[in-house]
Design a protein around this ligand. Sequence first.
Ligand code: F0G
Length: 454
Amino acid sequence: YRTIIEPFRIHSVAPLRMTTEAQRREAVKAAGYNLFGLHSDDVLIDLLTDSGTGAMSRDQWAAIQHGDESYAGSPSFEIFRSAVQELFPFAHVIPTHQGRAAEKILFTALGGTGRVIPSNTHFDTTRANIEYSGAEAVDLVIAEGRDPVSRHPFKGNMDTARLDAFLTQNAGRVPVVMLTLTNNSGGGQPVSLENIRETSAVCHRHGVPLFLDACRFAENAWFIREREPGQGEREVSDIVRDMARLADGMTMSAKKDPMGNIGGWLALNDDALAEQCRALLILTEGFPTYGGLAGRDLEALAQGLKEVVDHDYLRYRIRSTAYLGEALAKAGIPVLQPIGGHAVYLDAKAFLPHIPPLQYPGQALAVALYEAGGVRGCEIGTVMFGRHPDGSETPATMELVRLAIPRRTYTQSHIDYVIEVCGEVARRAPTLSGYRISHEPKQLRHFTARFEPL
Ligand code: F0G
């Protein structure tokens, strides 16, 4: 059959509150035209993020009842650690309350003034944690990864020739190389197994460890299975283990592919570095067998890790994201190609060519989607990346609006509604205007900045 159905039925439901366009215009104005400032009750279809917003399974809720809340040595930690090591066979697994806590610990240990940390593309919290340590964050994705219309099958790939040259030029200054799977800020695009292998070889030739930012590892592995020669018959869990074995460690947000509402971890092989990281963990997160999580959270994540590598789930997951992207493309709406794993990225530069980058076309588009239909997406463009540590502002490489799809949460008719709303905003496009920022914090301005329409 052509129709790839949701491989689950609904077990527990939460209501959506219907709103009118007039109510939404009021709400977004009161929020300073920043969609992070909205009450989620005022949002109809929330595509702000796929992080922590998924639906847990019956078996995850059952696992929660099994949680053991001992301060030290909880059996829930053992269950969590073996589920992590089953896929990522690193010697040390250090639980954290979410991904950025793992980043903060890693870059406190490895960052600092004078150091540089390359990645294919750093996610915003990763970049911010590196910069906060005094180090510099550098993106070395392949050229196709910065071109919204290139159809390269692995647009998340690292430019390994540039990485090689970079490591030569910056010898002694690079404590670690990161690789983001899938490349979230670059459109949810995968990295091939071959590229992970090459990146690993380049790093190790220079004596630099490679860490994966592996939030969406299962989606990445599914793309490898679908697109990479010789991988089509393999188990996703085997592909994941191959990815992990090429690296020296990982940072992880368990709010993505591990199907959690909260959680994360840092995993690595180096004993001395692990000891240093555990000391930092105790300072801010907690004892090493719970690290900022409850025992029940650890159990839910262990179960989620088993569910996310299921082929029926991944086939549905990747297909349902493509369903949205393909329908929008067919309607003539500019979307980043190919369609990513967890999200569809609208190309706001092409959607609103009359709005200059420093008037934030992505913000204008995101606000218009909310006003027209209560659909909340997220600007990934100059608002997110335009302000630099030295205070200057430049346009971002791409002006995107991400429609991220929470896992197992919305049905196809919800997505059909989103497609209709995008069509309506496309009709309004010529009448939309840009924004100016009336207030912004020093770092991570997209979360709390306030805007005024021009
Ligand atoms: N790395 C990547 C690639 C991410 O996408 C995220 C979070 C993090 C690290 C940080 O993890 O949120 O658990 O602290 N991304 C979310 C998003 C917030 O909407 O894309 P966290």
